[in-house]
Design a binder for this molecule. Structure first.
Ligand code: PMP
Length: 322
């Protein structure tokens, strides 16, 4: 689909996967005016294709667009566009447990103009790719590196938006963490470098003294759709859920006193990533004895069950694509 000032979004079409033709002066290349989303289509045992809460991706698209001066897309048009491309390619949705069709909608600024200003033309594109099971041999705990040198986002910045610049800013810390044997980076707030924000591509949860705790949305954290689903489920199951500031000091203290019972990341890619080890400077916190905690396992079963059609969709989270 294209956008032209004065004409709005127009020319929605499905075309075979092909290279784009863009001017080397296209604004997206120089000033990063772009946004993207990520969601998945799943095929249940009944053979029907399912999307998980795509209307939330539509809402988040427009939140990103607003921050980036990209024109908004009507939410129903976003969902319809996703349904249409998935419907065309639904035979490509793999069926083995844990597999899916990854859907990547994105918008780029296409004006060939070297001045810094919002573009007047855009392209909205959706590409698809079959995705293997995140955990080939069941849920496995990861080690996480709490980054104390670089920050990803600051208050008033773009942290809540899904835009490439946020990920470009994160690469250097990711390389550092990988070199040290950790698979993910956990970011701290950009002001005091004291409060936990989120992981590279996941939100983060802790179970502290029986309560489920997650950093509150403060403008510099991506409002994860899995995060929202986990909060909803945990409340339904009777857990006390707190969205609030969580400092590294609180975690260190809780771990020393045996109250840091579980930690897990949440995101579309893995659904749940149990965390067995958290490193902060010279401290390494081992959580749940480095094993998978019961809350992580229960949420994983519930959400993947709803996505795969083996658990009842009580909350209306599934959109079918026929
Ligand atoms: N934070 C960041 C920075 C992410 O890239 C993602 C993945 N989209 C998430 C959190 C989790 O969001 P969701 O649950 O919507 O996938």
């Amino acid at each position: 689909m294209n956008y032209t000032e004065g004409k709005g979004w127009h020319d929605a079409r499905v075309v075979p996967f092909e290279n784009l033709s863009l001017s080397p002066a296209a604004m997206v290349f120089h000033y990063g005016q772009e946004m993207f989303e990520g969601l998945k289509a799943y095929k249940g045992e009944d053979g029907r294709a399912r999307l998980f809460r795509p209307e939330m991706n539509a809402k988040r698209t427009n939140a990103s667009n607003e921050r980036l001066c990209i024109p908004k897309i009507p939410e129903e048009d976003f969902v319809e566009a996703v349904r249409t491309v998935v419907s065309v390619d639904k035979d490509w949705i793999p069926t083995e447990k844990g597999t899916s069709l990854y859907i990547r909608p994105f918008i780029i600024a296409t004006d060939a103009f070297l001045g810094v200003a919002p573009s007047k033309t855009y392209m909205f594109i959706i590409i698809l790719s079959p995705s293997g099971a995140y955990y080939e041999s069941g849920l496995a705990p990861v080690g996480i590196w709490i980054e104390d040198e670089y920050v990803r986002a600051v208050r008033g910045g773009m942290g809540f938006a899904k835009t490439g610049g946020n990920y470009a800013a994160s690469l250097i810390a990711q390389v550092k963490a990988h070199d040290d044997g950790y698979s993910q980076v956990l970011w701290l707030d950009g002001v005091e470098r004291k409060y936990i924000e989120e992981v590279g591509a996941m939100n983060i949860f802790f179970k502290i003294d029986g309560k489920i705790v997650t950093p509150m949305l403060n403008g510099s954290i991506l409002p994860g759709i899995t995060r929202n689903s986990v909060i909803t489920l945990c409340k339904e199951w009777g857990y006390e859920v707190e969205e609030r500031k969580v400092s590294v000091d609180e975690l260190l203290e809780a771990q020393k006193s045996g109250k840091l019972e579980e930690c897990f990341g949440t995101g579309t890619a893995a659904v749940i990533s149990p965390v067995g080890k958290l490193r902060y400077k010279d401290d390494v916190m081992v959580i749940s004895g480095g094993e998978i905690g019961p809350v992580s396992a229960r949420i994983y079963d519930e959400i993947t069950g709803i996505q795969g059609g083996t658990k009842e969709d009580k909350l209306g989270w599934i959109t079918f694509v026929d």
